[in-house]
Design a protein around this ligand. Structure first.
Ligand SMILES: [Zn+2]
Length: 475
């Protein structure tokens, strides 16, 4: 950053002249930020984001309320103008849209589209908190983290990534991970940022906030608000934006290095007015309620449709003939021909009729396999697999621990296999979970979970082995 640009920024944010010297000194002490390596062009970000946004708009209850969207856009514009010049991309198309959902959540897509849940505005203590989440999201966009993450991963066509991202967002995270898989699904892989990127977004977000007239400490505060107000379990936002460690402390520390305006925007009349306006509207539904209604609407019968519990009757035995499915550019897998691919969930599930459905808004399956990819920051397969099982246990508390691992080969890569037991949410009976894992070239964990009731397992273990053996990676 050269001094001329700093000076222009200083005029723009109406800082007092007397502080120029202090400004220069403290600027030099700020934690440096560099956008990560990225093999995509900014134009790719725009294309990808717009495509994903279109799908989001079809699937999520976006608000058409001019007061809400006008308010969010005013905050958004203020923040965008305060992005440091080196991270500005003139071709980006920023937009700020409310979503009529109850949770405290927000997400931004590559190239600029941002969606802010109504619960975020309702639960915020002041405008600075709303701006804090938005500045953090905006920083991911400006640093082009979505496509940078792609750069590290398997090469995908842009159109395919758009679908994956939309799937991750729309699927949301319901209670039962084994069943829904969204926390570990392929789609989520593109939205869940590494801790390194999180810290960058926090630090750049601080800088943007201060330059836009906000107190960066409100970003630290809103993360606390999200934790406190989100009810049981880790909130979706926290799961997509994991805490790099000491988040609250380093944000406050960075704020001390920045020139925070003497009267930062906090409880503004606009903030009070928009909160008052929201109180006059019908309360927003939860994501789970919306997903349930959507799935019920798609229920075409045929047994085991999403929105109804799985059948407790007899499930047809796996066909000995197999059918091959290609999942994006990522992998191919063959499964018994009488299993269906469940496209509504965002990890890929294959199950026979009657063996899948939903209970209390969570998708569950009693027979079949789920295949997905999980972000992994450890470099050893066994530790990564243990972490996956640990995470599965959060929503499946009666899932057993692995007794040990066998070696397995998955798509020509060295893998692990272990057998766990669980109590099925759907039937209350004992079930067996076969876990197969391997690491992809970018280090992420690829997994396959085979699920069958204990008394039918002997008819399934060979099928699971055959499915795992059929997996072929694109590269
Ligand atoms: Zn983040």
């Amino acid at each position: 950053m050269d001094v001329r640009q700093m000076f222009r920024k200083r005029v723009k944010s109406s800082l007092v002249a007397a502080s120029l010297a202090a400004f220069v000194v403290t600027t030099a002490a700020q934690t440096p930020i560099g956008a990560p390596k990225n093999k995509y062009s900014p134009a790719d970000d725009v294309k990808l984001g717009l495509e994903a946004a279109q799908q989001v708009e079809q699937e999520l209850p976006v608000m058409r309320d001019p007061q809400v969207n006008g308010y969010l856009s005013a905050i958004g514009r203020r923040l965008v103008e305060s992005i440091p010049p080196e991270f500005q991309h003139p071709e980006f198309r920023y937009s700020f849209t409310g979503v009529n959902l109850r949770e405290i959540n927000a997400f931004a897509l590559p190239g600029g589209p941002m969606f802010i849940y109504r619960g975020m505005i309702e639960k915020a203590h002041n405008e600075g908190e709303v701006a804090g989440v938005m500045a953090h999201e905006l920083s991911h966009v400006a640093l082009r983290h979505g496509t940078a993450q792609q750069t590290k991963a398997t090469p995908y066509a842009i159109g395919q990534i758009a679908g994956q991202i939309a799937g991750a967002i729309i699927g949301g995270r319901t209670g039962n991970i084994i069943a829904q898989g969204s926390q570990f699904g392929i789609g989520t892989y593109f939205m869940k940022f590494s801790r390194e990127y999180e810290k960058q977004a926090d630090l750049l977000g601080c800088r943007i906030m201060a330059a836009a007239g906000y107190d960066p400490r409100d970003m630290a505060n809103v993360f606390k608000t999200i934790q406190q107000e989100s009810g049981p379990g880790a909130p979706q936002w926290m799961s997509d934006h994991p805490d790099p460690g000491n988040r609250y402390a380093y944000i406050n520390q960075e704020a001390q290095l920045l020139r925070v305006p003497p009267n930062p925007r906090r409880v503004t009349p606009e903030f009070q007015s928009v909160q008052g306006h929201l109180r006059t509207l019908t309360p927003a539904p939860s994501s789970e309620e919306v997903a349930r209604n959507r799935n019920a609407g798609r229920n075409t019968g045929g047994g085991g449709a999403p929105g109804t519990p799985p059948s407790t009757g007899n499930i047809p035995r796996p066909d000995s003939r197999f059918t091959t499915y290609t999942e994006g550019n990522l992998f191919r897998v063959s499964v018994p021909s009488n299993w269906r691919e469940l496209a509504d969930t965002n990890a890929v599930t294959f199950a026979p009729d009657g063996a899948y459905g939903s209970i209390n808004g969570s998708s569950v399956f009693t027979h079949g396999v789920e295949v997905g990819v999980s972000r992994n920051e450890t470099h050893d397969l066994q530790t990564a697999t243990n972490e996956l099982i640990q995470a599965l246990r959060q929503s499946n508390p009666r899932l057993s621990s692995p007794g040990g691992y066998d070696r397995a080969s998955i798509g020509g890569r060295p893998g692990l296999h272990t057998v766990l037991s669980n109590i099925s949410d759907a039937t209350g009976g004992q079930e067996v979970i076969d876990v197969y894992t391997t690491q992809l070239s970018d280090g992420s964990l690829f997994y396959m979970l085979g699920v069958a009731p204990r008394d039918e397992y002997s008819a399934y273990s060979g099928v699971f082995r055959r499915v795992a053996g059929s997996i072929q990676f694109a590269k």
